[in-house]
Design a protein around this ligand. Structure first.
Ligand code: ATP
Ligand code: LTN
Length: 331
């Protein structure tokens, strides 16, 4: 809680072009909280450097991620939109929490295992302690609710454990956060390999639909999506490709599974793939337009970042003071 409102916090890394996985699993759901909650949405650039980034690209993507937050409906007057490295308390609390996190806990994180397999030449300590920084992000604002895709559930469990451990060792200090995982769009899968997550760092551009892809590209990618050799549009065993397309189509149209099955009864996969592409491109077109408008106004984006950093720093300072006192630091 902050004041009389419950707190929502979430973050997206500026580590690549955002995908419809990021959109459906996370960002699209953020604006629903703006009225009832005190909301903090962060561009987590400190997290992004756990994997090598080209400096100019990191800078551009940081602006882009902020612009996309707004293009997806987040009003900077109603939400605190900010960049993680602008609020030093994130790194500071992260160090403190490192000392309340066990090596064994971090070793069990599946994202660490996946990413160290992918980046075998750069298994740095930051990649390992990544979840502690994430816990710091969340706990710093006394967060009640964290909207994320299901892939982040394990990290959230860890954040809860760290908060509980600290509270236990001293006295109640942190709110223990709850995850908020949307039912549909929980995990959007790759169009090229429906058994793996659609990810913005996937090197195969056909596997991924980017929020900013134009309509022709979206249609082409859906037409090429890997499916099984069947013809019936319904989810099932061995039909992961079609199941994934059905979830995507449902997210963009709001239709139920039964409605989708009925709509495409007697029609083939081709028709269904075209309909998916159309629904996706139509939903994304206003986002693309607004994004282009915002990216043309860097001064405005910088003003939003600055205001966000001030608001976030103010809220963070309260928690930091409390934490340091409990630990026994001289204030
Ligand atoms: P990377 O490929 O760099 O690991 P990512 O695509 O997984 O990145 P993140 O910045 O780590 O993206 O995630 C931002 C948010 O988007 C998180 O809440 C995450 O759960 C959600 N998200 C990412 N990919 C998907 C997906 N395929 N389906 C549903 N939600 C997703
Ligand atoms: N680890 C997340 C991004 C992230 C985050 C957060 C999400 C960093 N800090 C705090 C929610 C709350 C990811 O990889 N998707």
């Amino acid at each position: 809680m902050l004041g009389d409102k419950k707190v929502v916090f979430s973050g997206v890394q500026p580590s690549g072009n955002l995908t419809i996985g990021n959109y459906l699993g996370a960002i699209k759901n953020f604006s629903a909280f703006s009225d009832e909650y005190r909301c903090f949405y962060c561009v987590v650039d400190l997290h992004a450097i756990t994997v090598r980034q080209v400096p100019a690209e990191l800078r551009r993507r940081t602006y882009e991620t902020l612009a996309l937050y707004m293009a997806c409906g987040l009003d900077p007057e109603k939400n605190t939109l900010f960049v993680q490295s602008h609020v030093p308390a994130h790194a500071e609390l992260s160090w403190l929490l490192n000392c309340y996190t066990m090596f064994g806990e971090l070793s069990r994180m599946t994202q660490f295992k996946d990413k160290s397999a992918k980046h075998a030449d750069n298994i740095n300590a930051g990649l390992f302690t990544y979840p502690v920084l994430m816990a710091a992000d969340i706990l710093l604002y006394q967060t009640d609710l964290v909207p994320v895709g299901v892939d982040q559930k394990q990290h959230l469990e860890l954040a809860r454990d760290i908060a509980g451990r600290f509270n236990q060792a001293y006295s109640p200090t942190f709110v223990v956060p709850e995850p908020y995982i949307p039912q549909s769009g929980m995990k959007i899968m790759s169009l090229a390999d429906p058994l793996s997550k659609m990810s913005k760092s996937d090197p195969n551009p056909n596997a991924v639909v980017y929020i900013l892809d134009d309509k022709d590209t979206v249609l082409r990618k859906f037409r090429r999506a890997v499916t099984d050799s069947g013809a019936e549009v319904r989810p099932g065993e061995g039909k992961e490709g079609i199941s994934n397309l059905i979830s995507i189509y449902r997210c963009f149209t709001g239709k139920t599974e039964e409605e989708v099955i009925k709509e495409f009864e007697g029609k083939g996969y081709g028709d269904f793939k075209t309909a998916c592409g159309e629904a996706c491109a139509d939903a994304l077109s206003p986002v693309r337009e607004e994004f282009a408008r915002l990216m043309a106004d860097k001064a405005y984006l910088e003003a939003v970042m600055k205001k966000g950093a001030e608001e976030a720093s103010y809220a963070a300072a309260r928690t930091m003071a409390k934490v340091k006192k409990k630990i026994g630091f001289i204030g």
